[in-house]
Design a protein around this ligand. Structure first.
Ligand SMILES: [Zn+2]
Ligand SMILES: [Zn+2]
Length: 162
């Protein structure tokens, strides 16, 4: 897949994930963390905005799509900049499409933000507490913010290019 298309997928998925997680109640009394993340446990019924919870997006399936897309992106990064120090990564760029570039450091930051999302999900699955669920929500919002910022940079480049 073309890198720009891949990026657009990731940006969309980051946005879908943050809004899907946002709709879930903080508290899951039944303790079935996986169903809760899918919006399908008894605690979710009646909380979900906009009708049938079955229509809602399953956070876990969005996370696994993101995992797959980011793995491909990460592979492209390692081709672009193998064995480079952090300082070199800051200035190195990957071409997504003719004339559209991303700093490798930005992409690394996105991978790191996603790692924090998955880490928070593991924590929620273990403990299923309100605190853990709020951490998941916060990390998803942070991840989306990283993706939004990078996407805005790409749009700017496109405008400058005419
Ligand atoms: Zn529950
Ligand atoms: Zn639930």
């Amino acid at each position: 897949m073309e890198l720009l298309r891949l990026w657009q997928n990731i940006h969309q998925e980051a946005s879908d994930l943050a809004s899907a997680v946002e709709q879930l109640p903080d508290e899951c009394e039944c303790g079935d963390a996986n169903s809760h993340l899918g919006g399908k446990c008894p605690c979710c019924r009646g909380h979900m905005m906009g009708g049938n919870p079955d229509d809602g997006q399953n956070c876990l399936s969005i996370i696994s799509s993101l995992q797959a897309d980011l793995t491909v992106l990460g592979q492209d990064l390692s081709i672009a900049g193998p064995a480079l120090g952090a300082a070199a990564l800051e200035t190195q760029q990957v071409e997504l499409r003719r004339g559209l570039f991303l700093a490798v450091g930005d992409l690394e930051a996105i991978l790191e933000a996603f790692r924090r999302v998955t880490e928070s999900v593991v924590g929620f699955r273990q403990e299923c507490t309100i605190l853990r669920m709020r951490t998941v929500k916060r990390r998803c919002v942070e991840f989306r913010a990283h993706c939004d910022r990078v996407n805005a940079e790409l749009l700017n480049q496109r405008l400058r290019a005419g």
